[in-house]
Design a protein. Structure first.
Length: 637
C-alpha cells in the first residue's frame, strides 16, 4: 500500500555542444597496441595492457614509469581478474605473473622465481599494521608474506603448513552451490578476517586452521585446527575467543561463514585452552559481544553470559527469546530486548526473569506482541518517533507508536528488491523493479512516497550516495538525484554504447567506495551506502566490535595514498560519468558525459574518435585515460 505523490521528475536536457574530440591535455606513446586499461585505485596509476606487456604510466611525470612482460599463455587474453593481472585493492600494488609490483614505479617486492613460491592464493589488508598479507603456495607449503605499505617492503615471510590439495567435498546441492558461489576468481580476503592484539599478536585464518604469530617477526607461536567464523579478544587482551563456523566444507575464498554453536578460548601467551571445555550454545550463534565484565553469546533461541576466566555461564539456564538485539546491564541485573525490539524482559543477576510477563511496545492499537518472521530469517528494525518500520526478506511492516495517530500497514517485497537507509535524515529508501519509495513515518504519515520515476533498468542500480543535500543513485547507464526534502527527482537514462571497459571501471571504484566510506564521511560528509537485501543489513555485524574496529582502522591505510590523491579523495567525488551514443556532425559518436551528482546536468563531454574506445575514468582526480592504438591520451575532465 503506497501513497502516490505527484513528484516532479526533471529530465535533464543536453545543453553542452558536442564537437569532434578535443585535444588531450597530455599524451604518451606506448610500445605496442593497447588491448585494455585499468586504473590502480590507490595510486591513480593507469596500467595499459598491450599484446606482450603491462605498462604503468606516472600521471605526475607524464611518462612511462615501468613495463612488465605478460605471461606467454595470456598474450591473446584481455586483461581481467584471474589471468596474469590483479590490482591489490587498498594498496599501491598489483600482481603481474604472480609477482607483487609497486604500481608507482614498477619495483618488484615479491618475485616468484627469486623468492621460491609458485602462485599467489590471496591477500588481506591489515589496517592495524599498515600492511598487507600475501598468501602464497611455495614448495608444497602455505607461505605468507607481510608487506608494509608504509615502508614499501617485505617485512617477513613464514611457512604456515603443508598445502593440502585434498579437502573434504560436500557433494550435496547446498555444498555444490556454495562452492560455485565462491569460485569467482577473487583473491581478496575481507578486511577484519585476521586479528591483531594490542600486544602485537597476529591471528591469521586459513581454511580449517588459525595461527598465532608475532606480528613483528612472523614467528608462528602456536596453531589450532579449527574452522573459525569469528575471532574476538577478551577485554584484557589476554584471551582469544573463537566462534566456530557452521559445519560444512572449507571452501577456498569463503572466509565469512555462518557461526555454529561452539565458542572456544585460548590463552594467547601459551596457545593452551583457557577453559576446561568449550561453550556450546543452545542453537546456532547469531552474535557475540565482548562486554568488559562478561561475554554475551546470543543464539537463535536465546542467550547466556559467560565468565572470561573459566567459560562458566553466569546463569543456570539460558534466557529464552528469539532475535535478541541487546543485553544491557543495570542495577537489577540485565534488560534483554528481543523479538526485533518488540519485547523486553528484566532479569536478575542470576538470569531469572523479574517480571511476570515481558514489556511490550505500546502501539496505537494496543500492545504489540511481537513479529511473526521465521526464526531463520533476518529482520531490520528502523525506529522513528511515530513508530517502527520492520523490514524482512518478504515484507515491510509499520507498527505505530502509542499516541502517534497513525495506522499500521504492510507491503510485500520480492527477492530482487533492495533497501538503503540514511541515518542522518532517518529516511528509508526501497528500490523495487517498478518503484522507488521513500519511507519516513515522522515526515510522511501516509505510508510511503511513491516517487514517479520511470526507471529503465532498476535492477542495474548498484551505487547509492548520501550527499549533503540529495541522494545520488546510479547504474552504468542511468541515474536518479533525489531531494529528500522536496521529493523532487532528477532522472536521466543514457542509451549505452559498446563499452569494453566500463564494467571493470565500475567494479574497481565500487570496491573503493565501500572501503573508503569512513574516510569520506570524516572529511567531506558524503557517505557511500550500499543497496542491501531486505532483512540482511547485518544485525550480527552491528554487534561485532572487531568489525567496527577494522572499519575505523581503514582510514589510516588510505592516508598512505600519494598526497595529491589523498587530498582529492578526502574532498569526495562530485561527478559521475556515462558513455552513450550521440550525433556529432551528422554521425553517431561515442560520447562520455560528466554529470554533477548534486545538481544533475551535464558538466562536460568528451567525444571519442573510436567506435570501441578503450578508456577509464579516475573519479577521484577527475581524469579520463583513453588509449587509441599505441597512444595514451589524458583529459582533465
Amino acid at each position: 500500500m503506497c501513497h502516490n505523490l505527484m513528484t516532479a521528475v526533471l529530465i535533464v536536457s543536453t545543453s553542452l555542444s558536442v564537437s569532434a574530440q578535443r585535444t588531450a591535455d597530455w599524451s604518451v606513446e606506448l610500445a605496442g597496441n593497447a588491448q585494455k586499461i585499468v586504473i590502480q585505485d590507490f595510486t591513480g596509476i593507469p596500467i595499459i595492457q598491450t599484446e606482450s606487456s603491462f605498462i604503468g604510466v606516472d600521471p605526475e611525470t607524464r611518462k612511462v614509469a615501468w613495463t612488465a612482460k605478460r605471461a606467454s599463455s595470456k598474450l591473446v587474453a584481455a586483461m581481467e581478474e584471474g589471468t596474469d593481472f590483479y590490482s591489490v585493492n587498498m594498496t599501491p600494488y598489483v600482481l603481474v605473473r604472480e609477482n607483487l609490483i609497486d604500481s608507482r614505479n614498477g619495483q618488484v617486492l615479491m618475485d616468484k622465481d627469486r623468492d621460491g613460491y609458485k602462485e599467489v592464493g590471496g591477500y588481506e589488508v591489515i589496517p592495524e599494521l599498515n600492511s598487507v598479507i600475501v598468501l602464497t603456495i611455495a614448495k608444497g607449503m602455505v607461505r605468507i608474506y607481510l608487506v608494509s605499505i608504509a615502508d614499501n617492503k617485505v617485512l617477513w615471510n613464514t611457512d604456515l603448513m603443508k598445502n593440502s590439495i585434498i579437502e573434504s567435498v560436500d557433494m550435496t546441492p547446498q555444498g555444490q552451490a556454495a562452492a560455485e558461489a565462491n569460485d569467482d576468481g577473487d583473491i581478496e580476503i575481507p578486511v577484519g578476517t585476521s586479528l591483531v592484539s594490542p600486544d602485537g599478536y597476529l591471528f591469521y585464518r586459513h581454511k580449517r586452521n588459525f595461527f598465532c604469530l608475532k606480528s613483528t617477526t612472523g614467528k608462528v607461536l602456536w596453531t589450532e585446527k579449527t574452522a573459525a567464523a569469528e575471532l574476538l579478544l577478551s577485554p584484557d587482551g589476554k584471551t582469544l575467543l573463537v566462534a566456530e563456523a557452521e559445519a560444512g566444507p572449507a571452501i577456498e575464498g569463503a572466509v565469512s561463514r555462518p557461526k555454529g554453536k561452539k565458542v572456544s578460548a585460548y590463552n594467547i601467551a601459551t596457545g593452551k585452552p583457557a577453559w576446561k571445555e568449550e561453550v556450546k550454545a543452545g542453537a546456532a550463534i547469531r552474535w557475540l559481544d565482548a562486554h568488559p565484565k562478561f561475554l554475551a553469546i546470543v543464539h537463535r533461541k536465546g542467550c547466556n553470559l559467560y565468565q572470561y576466566s573459566t567459560g562458566e555461564p553466569l546463569w543456570k539456564n539460558d534466557f529464552e527469546g528469539r532475535r535478541i538485539v541487546e543485553v544491557l546491564p543495570n542495577e537489577e541485573g540485565y534488560l534483554i530486548t528481543y523479538e526485533s525490539g518488540y519485547k523486553a524482559m528484566q532479569v536478575g543477576k542470576d538470569g531469572v526473569s523479574r517480571w511476570k510477563k515481558p514489556q511490550l511496545i505500546e502501539t496505537e492499537e494496543g500492545e504489540e506482541n511481537g513479529d511473526d518472521t521465521p526464526d531463520e530469517s533476518g529482520i531490520d528494525r528502523f525506529h522513528f518517533a511515530k513508530g517502527d518500520v520492520l523490514v524482512a526478506a518478504d515484507r515491510i511492516r509499520f507498527v505505530p507508536a502509542k499516541g502517534s495517530g497513525l495506522k499500521r500497514w504492510k507491503m510485500k517485497l520480492s527477492p530482487s528488491d533492495r533497501i538503503s537507509y540514511d541515518p542522518v535524515r532517518h529516511n528509508l529508501l526501497v528500490l523495487t523493479l517498478e518503484k522507488l519509495l521513500l519511507l519516513n513515518p515522522d515526515k510522511n504519515p501516509k505510508v510511503a512516497l511513491d516517487l514517479k520515476v520511470n526507471l529503465k533498468d532498476p535492477y542495474a542500480f548498484d551505487l547509492f550516495e548520501v550527499r549533503e543535500k540529495v541522494y545520488f543513485m546510479s547504474s552504468e547507464k542511468e541515474y536518479v538525484i533525489l531531494d529528500p526534502e522536496s521529493a523532487v527527482a532528477t532522472h536521466k537514462f543514457y542509451p549505452k554504447a559498446f563499452d569494453p571497459t566500463g564494467l571493470l571501471f565500475r567494479a574497481a571504484f565500487a570496491g573503493l567506495a565501500s572501503a573508503g566510506l569512513t574516510v569520506r564521511e570524516d572529511y567531506s560528509g558524503t557517505r557511500a551506502v550500499r543497496w542491501g537485501k531486505p532483512g540482511y543489513c547485518n544485525l550480527e555485524a552491528n554487534n561485532s566490535k572487531s568489525e567496527k574496529a577494522s572499519a575505523d582502522a581503514i582510514g589510516t591505510v588510505f592516508s598512505l595514498m600519494p598526497p595529491s590523491r589523498f587530498n582529492a579523495f578526502k574532498s569526495g567525488r562530485d561527478f559521475a560519468y556515462y558513455l552513450t551514443d550521440q550525433e556529432v556532425s551528422g554521425k553517431g559518436k561515442n560520447v562520455l558525459i560528466k554529470v554533477s551528482k548534486d545538481l544533475g546536468g551535464e558538466a562536460d563531454k568528451l567525444v571519442f574518435d573510436s567506435a570501441r574506445p578503450l578508456y577509464q575514468v579516475d573519479e577521484i582526480q577527475k581524469k579520463v585515460f583513453y588509449v587509441n592504438k599505441n597512444t595514451l591520451k589524458v583529459f582533465q575532465m
